[in-house]
Design a protein around this ligand. Structure first.
Ligand code: BDR
Ligand code: CA
Length: 345
């Protein structure tokens, strides 16, 4: 399954990337970098670093726009760490970004293989919106599009009513949703916060992953640890993952969510590879861009009040235990494979 992954890496984006690299069904062709959790150039550096660490620097990495369509970029280092990957310090990649920008990659890859690509966006929708501005037929060339973003029936994580990816660039999100709904164009599957906040990674999950990856010592971060404790795991992927996710645990605990981490983006990655893991609700989805209190709010018309075509499928159900079993098994096996083939430590 050829995939385009557009992300703002990001701790949970990092896990989504590892999951895609680990999954036998995923043929990751391009990783596109959007500013969001951290600035675009830092996102790009993270993507290059993860891919090189995993021995996959053959995969194209593109830089996207410097910031949102109409507003300055806001970033959230307090959530994802100074460089977007928590406490992890990845070796700086010697590989370099692609000659083409992220929007052109969306356009050109889908033009080369119409109807083949699955698109996955786990950051703001800036690059995809720019691509659709340049090439309005792009949506019709996708096989599937999965978006982590928005919130519909609960409070937000950025303002009282907004989810981060949409709040960073509401205009982009509005333009992307408006580009779908025509006959023959696949509707994006939206994985909203309502659902992804049920994907709660716990220290036990990380411990299981380390043990399955035959990493030593098996570390299980906990709330009593000194904040910022660094991993000494001998498996390189496990070591960086523990350092990254520890930061996310500490952030969620500071938000009174408990010593857990919401794995929004890996869930969207799993849906991209297999939409049958979630239930679906059809709706016309739009984004408020004018509200003084509600700018960036996603609104779903599920009952046809607007008399506008359905343009999205909203993911509604999940089985977190099954999801984590799959994620842990695949990333652990991948971590062993990387370790065995790696000269990096
Ligand atoms: C989304 O915001 C980002 O901080 C995460 O990476 C995820 O994509 C959740 O609201
Ligand atoms: Ca993200």
């Amino acid at each position: 399954m050829p995939l385009i992954f557009d992300c703002d890496t990001g701790i949970d984006d990092s896990l989504a990337l590892l999951y895609l690299l680990a999954h036998p069904s995923a043929d990751l062709r391009a990783v596109l970098s959007t500013g969001g959790n951290v600035p675009t150039d830092v996102v790009c550096a993270n993507n290059l670093a993860w891919l090189q660490l995993c021995g996959r620097d053959d995969i194209e990495v593109c830089v996207g726009a410097d910031g949102p369509l109409e507003t300055p970029l806001m970033t959230t280092e307090e959530t994802h760490g100074p460089l977007g990957i928590g406490y992890a310090e990845l070796p700086v990649a010697t590989s370099t970004q692609s000659h083409r920008d992220a929007a052109d990659a969306w356009i050109e890859l889908t033009a080369e293989n119409p109807g083949e690509y699955v698109g996955l966006v786990t950051g703001p929708l800036t690059n995809l919106a720019l691509a659709i501005r340049r090439d309005p037929l792009l949506p019709s060339r996708l096989r599937r599009l999965v978006i982590m973003g928005g919130v519909f029936h609960q409070g937000g994580n950025t303002t009282p009513t907004t989810e981060w990816n949409i709040a960073v660039d509401p205009e982009a999100a509005k333009e992307v949703f408006a580009a779908f709904g025509q006959d023959g164009t696949p509707r994006p599957i939206i994985c909203p916060l309502d659902l992804t906040e049920t994907i709660r990674m716990t220290p036990d999950h990380l411990g299981r992953l380390a043990a399955l990856a035959e990493s030593s010592p098996v570390e299980q971060p906990g709330p009593d640890d000194e904040p910022g404790t660094r991993s000494v795991a001998d498996n390189v992927i496990v070591r960086h993952l523990v350092d990254a996710v520890r930061f996310y645990f500490e952030f969620h605990e500071a938000q009174s969510e408990g010593y857990i981490a919401h794995m929004h983006d890996p869930f969207a990655a799993a849906v991209a590879l297999d939409p049958s893991i979630t239930g679906i609700r059809h709706a016309c989805v739009d984004v408020e861009v004018d509200g003084t209190l509600t700018r960036g709010t996603t609104v779903a018309d599920e009952r046809g009040f607007w008399n506008r075509p359905v343009n999205a499928e909203i993911a509604t159900t999940t089985e977190p235990d099954l999801f984590f079993d799959d994620l842990i098994d695949r990333i652990a096996a991948f971590a062993i494979a990387v370790q065995n083939s790696s000269t990096v430590s």
